[in-house]
Design a protein around this ligand. Structure first.
Ligand code: PEP
Ligand code: MG
Length: 594
């Protein structure tokens, strides 16, 4: 048995056969069952023939103009028949039962390491030929190959996904009724993949660094989302533990308990709403006793079959359905929060081919995102705003709220408000009524937090998005596992910035809620209540636990605790104080991360 340790982001223990998805290398590795073995080998043979024909054609064209260069392609043609290459690929497909693309990649790596060791510069140069040929073979394998969507459809009920990263657009293509759990090399507690895992309630571990390398396709693994570990070739005891579904979701109270509004033991009313990604999550939100939807991540609409082309009517139906499903609670729709790569790949429907799988590149081009992108791409934004206004018309005023993500200045807010006006004007031109809709911003960029008093004058509400706020305040990429230890919600800077934003909201008499993952952690939630916040939006599964914990603490004690904590200088001191307080109030850490 081999144990890999990562960050448990969604509790529960499951076992299954590994399906490996490698997105960064743009090569998927998956298992080829006995049934598909012959067709996989035939696919490889076809690719070899296609490659041969292409090389012969190129050779002939080159020979016409530069005969001396034509022989360069002879090397590649010879390699095609070299038993060390395509035949070796076929052996790997047969032996390891993996797909041909992956086997080509393996053989290329084997060749590369041999070439790296030879002293002869001429021979070393041949590495380029092998690389070229490997690329050609993979390209030709693509023809007629199954798309990731088709592959994912082939998952059976005993699968667990092991991926280098699992982007939301790929996750949206997975049939989660068939996947028992997943684990990724990248990611942190607040990466979108982690958020998704919690809302889907599948056990998940992220930040494993090299799980997709170490674990073989088809290998039996246990994913322990509670302990943050993945076990390859688990012991019979571990398997039995997974079979019992041990440590799965803590039991939530009965119907009455769930419907009871949240309040502290001394009677301070706390409003708990739900964060959702898909309209289907409404049921979970209602079941958990959410009082409304505090954050609908609408960009997940773009992962549907019609992608970024999703029309006004279709969106209108979705928003209307959500209002209906959540009645009489409010629904806060955050307008599309994607970056350029994400939007482009969603437009071209190629989630795996580069683009937004390229995390590092994404991190370095993080500026054009959220409302900033919407302002430069007014077309889809206008469609969304019109659909929202139409849906808002059909419910009591104020039940649908529009929220702009990634705002960093008052003029962006004004420009976005201008867009809402324009959408209204278009509806008026069509002879339709234009409702008044509350407009808010997500405070998630330090610049917005520092100018919260200026923004507060021009909006109807604030929502503090701590997932991004923390990463930008502390300069820690929330998806990069290498710096995840520095991602500290309890950093004094974060607590101060939250206090500052709340104060600006209170002064300008606008409501302020907090929708980051911080709120899902009961220990942090109590501190936030101590800091004066009374509205939260969180993953539905966290609501019953939050309610229970809040009912057992006194807000006046939490305020005193927060005052003490605000004077402390380090995360460690703050954690110690928080732990001491929870133990003193008879609330030992309930297995939540502190
Ligand atoms: C946030 O940034 O805190 C937030 C809630 O939004 P997201 O996680 O979707 O960026
Ligand atoms: Mg955000």
């Amino acid at each position: 048995m081999r144990r890999l340790t990562g960050i448990g982001v969604s509790p529960g223990v499951v076992s299954g056969r590994a399906v490996i998805l490698i997105q960064r290398a743009q090569v998927l590795r998956y298992q080829v069952g006995e049934r598909r073995l012959a067709s996989e080998l035939a696919r490889l043979e076809k690719s070899r023939e296609r490659s041969r024909q292409q090389l012969l054609d190129i050779r002939a064209r080159v020979a016409l103009r530069r005969p001396e260069l034509a022989s360069l392609f002879d090397a590649q043609l010879l390699m095609l028949d070299d038993p060390m290459l395509v035949s070796r690929v076929a052996d790997i497909v047969r032996g390891q039962r993996v797909n041909a693309e992956w086997a080509v990649q393996q053989v290329f790596h084997e060749f590369s390491s041999v070439f790296d060791e030879v002293a002869d510069p001429y021979l070393r140069e041949r590495r380029g030929d092998v690389s070229d040929l490997a690329g050609r073979l993979k390209m030709n394998l693509q023809q007629g190959a199954a798309t990731p969507r088709e592959l994912l459809r082939e998952l059976d009920e005993s699968s667990v996904i092991i991926a280098d990263e699992l982007t939301p657009s790929l996750a949206a293509q997975v049939d989660w009724t068939k996947v028992r759990g997943f684990a990724t090399d990248a990611g942190s507690r607040t990466s979108h993949t982690a958020i998704l895992a919690r809302s889907l309630e599948v056990p998940a571990v992220v930040g494993l660094h090299n799980a997709s390398d170490v674990i073989q396709a088809g290998q039996l693994v246990v994913i322990d989302g509670t302990a943050g570990a993945v076990l390859a070739d688990p012991s019979p005891e571990e398997l039995a533990r997974a079979a019992r579904g041990e440590d799965h979701r803590p039991a939530v109270g009965g119907e009455v308990e769930r419907r009871r509004p949240a309040a502290t033991a001394d009677g301070v009313r706390i409003r708990l709403e739900a964060n959702i990604e898909f309209p289907n999550d409404l049921a979970a939100a209602r079941y958990a006793g959410a009082e409304g939807i505090g954050l609908y991540r609408s960009e997940f609409l773009l992962t549907g079959p019609s992608g970024a082309a999703i029309g006004e009517d279709e969106q209108y139906e979705t928003y209307r359905g959500m209002l209906e499903g959540m009645a009489p609670g409010p629904v806060t729709v955050r307008t599309f929060d994607v970056d350029e790569d994400q939007l482009t790949s969603r437009l071209t429907r190629q989630p795996l081919a580069g683009g937004w799988a390229a995390d590092q590149e994404r991190a370095s081009r993080q500026g054009l995102r959220g409302v900033r992108l919407s302002l430069t791409r007014p077309e889809p934004f206008q469609v969304q705003l019109r659909a929202l206004l139409r849906a808002a018309r059909e419910c009591p005023q104020g039940r649908l709220r529009i929220m702009f993500p990634f705002v960093s200045s008052v003029d962006q807010l004004r420009a976005a408000r201008g867009m809402v006006k324009e959408a209204g004007a278009e509806l008026a031109r069509r002879g339709e009524a234009v409702p008044a809709v509350p407009i808010g911003v997500v405070i998630e960029i330090p610049a917005a937090a520092y100018t919260a008093d200026l923004l507060a004058r021009e909006v109807d509400f604030f929502t503090i998005g701590t997932n991004d706020l923390i990463q930008y305040c502390l300069a820690v990429d929330r998806a990069d596992e290498r710096v995840s230890r520095l991602y500290e919600p309890l950093h004094p800077a974060i607590l101060r910035v939250i206090v500052m934003v709340r104060r600006a909201a209170v002064r300008h008499r606008i409501p302020v809620s907090l929708c980051g993952e911080m709120a899902s952690d009961p220990a942090l939630l109590t501190l936030l209540v101590g800091l004066g916040l009374t509205e939260f939006s969180m993953t539905p599964a966290a609501i019953p636990i939050a309610k229970q914990v809040l009912g057992e603490v006194r807000a006046d004690e939490l305020r005193a605790l927060a005052r003490r904590i605000l004077k402390l200088a380090t995360v460690e001191e703050i954690e110690r104080e928080l732990t001491k307080a929870s133990v003193a109030s008879g609330e030992p850490n309930r297995g939540v991360r502190l």
